[in-house]
Design a protein around this ligand. Structure first.
Ligand code: C2E
Ligand code: MG
Ligand code: MG
Length: 451
């Protein structure tokens, strides 16, 4: 923009303008560049109905890497990402960087969903190759959200918002996902927001309950403890699975409050069980990345008056992998306080057996996926056999999850698996029903064994 009255020399004005439109770290354009590009294209195409596409990409798990390797390594990765993206952009496309680990693209020649998905896949592949940090390599994935003009928005703000909604959905679905905005997706996200509001209300109203599923000794079927499982029935939405609302609470940042309520309720219930029974409680992955977790757990136990030695915390491999240092600290501190640690859903995560050596666990829970096929699928049987043998060697206890049939229990017993859990022994039940269960089963079994 020329302005005769401006006292600054032309070159410096250009420089200023360039600075205002670029990201100093990567040299890419910034948010303003993106906005201008989109406005320009929209204006050009105002008479011509030809669509174009914008995309936002966000790196998955960048923060833990930044924390682990330091900001300098983080910056280096961002520069390498920028370089790769620039190199793989189709003709006429623009790539910009927003704050942090978020990048955006304007794709003038992408008109519809499949084209967007194809480019998303290509960028995803390009970004998933290892990053060279001199002394080490790091791997990352990225999530993508696409929005196509004019269906997803007729002005920049609306279009960007749609791309953000699409990205948000990708993030919710895990790592490396690609979403192209549509009205259905907007609906889906709206429902998630309603669910979030309802769940927040339920947490405040103390309406999320803990149910309990027995864990037994396979040898004689005697109960050794219970796993607490969260249960929530919303007046409008009905039953919502913890597989849905726990990740939602994690994502929206109120898992601490939810977990605190649940642990309190579960620990209170455990006080009325025989002292030798343990309480197994699921810790969410977000909690394993939060250094305040140890204190929060021990404080709750202290308030309720449950001995930490009666608590087991179930954690997953994925959680341990994403934020190894923090997770290590939390596990060590909790174990020092007497809490035992079980590795949940074993065999399904991005497991590396080396992790079992790096971390100190007390117990491994074999995932239902193997257990449910143990009598029909040779491979599952061998996997379970191998896990049991490995645990024996490492001096770890083993629990098989999801035992539904007598045959499964028999087979597991024959393979030397110590403990089991599943509908065959008992479904999760609320506190009072759990006490009745104990009344009916516990004394008999213990007595029977002692005689
Ligand atoms: P999980 O910890 O692996 O829990 C076992 C799941 O398997 C439970 O599902 C349980 O009801 C189900 N199950 C147990 N036995 C059987 C069986 O014989 N057959 C079949 N088909 N299923 C069986 P649920 O209660 O829906 O929980 C799903 C997941 O949600 C849990 O998996 C856990 O990861 C998470 N979750 C549940 N409660 C909590 C909680 O209080 N806090 C956290 N952070 N996560 C929780
Ligand atoms: Mg569990
Ligand atoms: Mg499990």
């Amino acid at each position: 923009m020329k302005s005769a009255s401006n006292p600054l020399p032309q070159v410096s004005q250009n420089e200023l303008q360039a600075m205002a439109y670029s990201d100093p770290l990567t040299g890419l354009g910034n948010r303003y560049r993106l906005r201008d590009k989109v406005r320009l294209l929209a204006a050009e195409r105002a008479d011509d109905p030809a669509p174009f596409t914008i995309c936002i990409a966000n790196l998955d798990g960048f923060k833990p890497i930044n924390d682990l390797f330091g900001a300098e390594a983080g910056d280096e990765i961002l520069c390498q990402v920028a370089h790769r993206l620039k190199a793989c952009m189709p003709d006429g496309a623009t790539v910009t960087r927003h704050d942090g680990d978020e990048f955006a693209f304007v794709l003038p020649l992408v008109f519809e969903r499949t084209g967007a998905e194809r480019i998303g896949q290509m960028m995803k592949d390009v970004l998933s190759a290892p990053y060279d940090l001199g002394d080490r390599n790091v791997r990352l994935s990225a999530s993508f959200g696409f929005a196509i003009y004019p269906f997803a928005g007729e002005d920049f703000e609306e279009l960007l918002k749609s791309a953000e909604t699409a990205l948000y959905r990708s993030k919710r679905r895990g790592r490396g996902q690609i979403t192209v905005y549509s009205r259905e997706i907007a609906q889906e996200m709206k429902r998630a927001t309603q669910l979030e509001q309802a769940l927040r209300t339920a947490v405040i109203a103390d309406a999320v309950e803990a149910h309990f599923q027995p864990i037994v000794r396979l040898r004689d079927g005697g109960v050794v403890g219970f796993e607490a499982l969260a249960r929530w029935i919303d007046p409008d939405l009905g039953f919502v699975s913890p597989g849905v609302f726990v990740p939602l609470a994690e994502e929206r940042g109120f898992i601490d409050a939810l977990s605190e309520t649940l642990l309190r309720k579960a620990a209170e219930a455990a006080l009325s069980w025989p002292r030798e029974l343990f309480l197994s409680f699921n810790l969410s992955s977000a909690q394993l990345m939060d250094t305040g977790t140890t204190e929060a757990v021990l404080a709750t136990l202290g308030r309720v008056g449950l001995d930490p030695a009666r608590l087991e915390l179930e954690i997953t491999e994925t959680a341990v992998m994403t934020s190894a240092d923090t997770a290590h600290r939390i596990i060590t501190d909790l174990r020092q306080a007497g809490v035992r640690i079980a590795l949940d859903d074993f065999g399904t995560g991005q497991s590396s057996l080396g992790r079992l050596r790096d971390f100190t666990f007390d117990k491994v829970k074999i995932d239902r996926a193997f257990v449910s096929r143990i009598t029909t699928d040779r491979a599952s049987e061998h996997i379970v056999k191998a896990i049991v043998a490995m645990c024996e060697g490492l001096d770890l206890e083993v629990v098989a999850e999801g035992i539904e049939q007598k045959g499964d229990a028999e087979k597991l017993k024959a393979l030397g698996c110590g403990m089991g859990q599943g509908y065959y022994y008992g479904k999760p039940a609320e506190g009072a029903a759990t006490l009745r269960y104990l009344h009916d089963h516990y004394r008999d079994v213990v007595f029977g064994e002692r005689v």
